[in-house]
Ligand binder design. Structure first.
Ligand code: GLY
Ligand code: MN
Ligand code: MN
Length: 451
């Protein structure tokens, strides 16, 4: 299930194919970020860097070089990795490193150099290249270093021009954002990526199921978060894919609620938006259920409406359908339901046109999912929403949120917040819900919670 060295190579080859002749791509790994004094945040690799290397060490630099003349042979083509060299003392403190030998043997680098030597190699590697591919303006420190290398390369080019009396043209003339190339590739998941995501989705779905068994009145939201993290880490996730949301009662109406410090009350719902990160790939699931195991009539009405909308949204997630078809399907159901419950008044068409539902459903249908929770990839191509294709993975996550102090709605709805979110793979003939193992009908949830 691990992504193989061959697959990482195939990804780099696809990028190389798309680069202009005589060009170079430079992609830095993530750095370790300081939390305070000499304590650091847990390290998380840059997703584009990981996608092209599988290399999980900080501060490394990937260089892809495509054919140019007039350079030392070692720079001419392929994959160069700059990384930390083996060092027994340093490794005793901070852990094992692949080193130069490992970079070649385990990660398929054609050439590998110690990071400390990068200032010597990079200017030479930039020589005779016409285009430079890079992530602009993401890491200020790295931008500065790149500028210094470019300056050296430029000065060398000018000096050689003076020496030969010929106009030198051996310095990158254009910089291109590499994101467009890498992000388009990342949008289409391979069989191994799907396997990885299936596993992460199952672990996360099982953890949500466990929470339905664990939650009871009197627990603190934080204890529920702790149980989720415990469950996914027990099953092999390194961490969560994003900050866990556990919102009891009206806290569910704060879309990105992360305080997670209130006591759960009998009679309220709890909304849990939580997913594990498995081998660097994200799962993203939301379930909403009653803290005491039994939906009230009002809660059930809202819940079943969101569920019906989500089911229609998932149905619309088909190859050949546009991205926007999912939201359109959801909105049809939500508006019809809100009219039926007399929360909205007016014709279906008018209410959709006026987006009257946005008071209660104010977000979109979901997002791409992959190495990032809100994964990369364009939603529109040439202005139109793109068509869904085999291998894309996305979330479908409608919700309805009725603020506790909304005097314009019947009191029985106030403080109810429901979201239901699943991860959906587009297949050749339809889709596969990767997170299907987490119960979501009222009958399933109540049976699980109160038997
Ligand atoms: N958990 C973040 C989201 O659902 O988009
Ligand atoms: Mn999501
Ligand atoms: Mn989510």
């Amino acid at each position: 299930m691990n992504i193989t060295m061959d697959e990482f190579k195939a990804r780099r080859d696809k990028v190389l194919e798309k680069l202009a002749p005589n060009s170079i791509a430079i992609l830095p790994a993530a750095s370790i970020k300081q939390r305070n004094s000499d304590t650091e945040y847990p390290f998380r690799q840059n997703s584009d860097f990981y996608y092209l290397t599988g290399f999980n060490e900080a501060d490394a630099v990937l260089v892809l070089s495509k054919g140019a003349q007039g350079q030392a042979q070692e720079y001419v083509h392929g994959f160069t990795l700059f990384c930390l060299p083996k060092d027994e003392t340093a490794e005793l403190w901070t852990g094992k490193r692949a080193g130069m030998d490992g970079a070649k043997r385990l990660y398929g680098a054609d050439a590998a150099y110690p990071l400390a030597e990068i200032d010597r190699h990079l200017p030479a590697m930039l020589q005779n290249k016409t285009k430079l591919y890079y992530h602009f303006a993401e890491e200020q420190e790295f931008d500065k270093r790149l500028n210094a290398w470019l300056k050296q390369a430029k000065q060398k080019a000018l000096a050689s021009g003076r020496a030969t009396g010929q106009k030198s043209n051996s310095f990158p003339e254009a910089m291109v954002d590499i994101s467009a190339i890498v992000h388009e590739l990342r949008l289409y998941k391979s069989a191994l990526e799907v396997e990885t995501m299936r596993r992460g989705a199952k672990i996360s779905a099982d953890a949500h199921t466990k929470l339905m068994r664990t939650v009871k009145p009197g627990l603190n939201e934080r204890q529920v978060e702790a149980e989720f993290i415990y469950q996914i880490m027990q099953q092999g996730c390194k961490t969560v894919a994003y900050t866990t949301i556990v919102g009891g009662g009206a806290n569910a109406c704060t879309l990105h609620y992360t305080a997670n410090d209130a006591v759960l009350q009998a009679g309220d719902l709890v909304l849990i938006d939580a997913g594990g990160e498995y081998n660097n790939y994200a799962a993203d699931i939301t379930r909403t259920f009653p803290i005491n195991g039994k939906f009230t009539v009002a809660q059930a009405a809202i819940y079943n409406l969101v569920l019906a909308a989500q089911q229609q949204g998932i149905k619309a997630a088909q190859p050949g359908q546009r991205w926007s078809a999912i939201q359109e399907a959801i909105v049809e159901v939500i508006v019809a339901g809100l009219r039926e419950l007399n929360i909205l008044q007016g014709t279906q068409q008018q209410l959709i046109k006026k987006q009257a539902y946005r008071r209660f459903y104010m977000h979109s249908s979901g997002h791409w999912l992959g190495l990032d929770t809100h994964d990369v990839g364009k939603y529109r191509l040439q202005g139109d929403y793109r068509v869904l294709e085999l291998g894309m993975v996305l979330t479908v996550e409608p919700g309805l949120y009725f603020a506790a102090d909304d005097a314009t709605i019947d009191a029985k709805w106030r403080g109810i917040g429901v979201r239901i979110e699943d991860d959906v793979l587009i297949t050749a003939t339809g889709n596969e819900v990767l997170t299907a193992a987490a119960p979501k009908t009222i009958a399933e949830i109540e049976a699980l919670m109160i038997g």
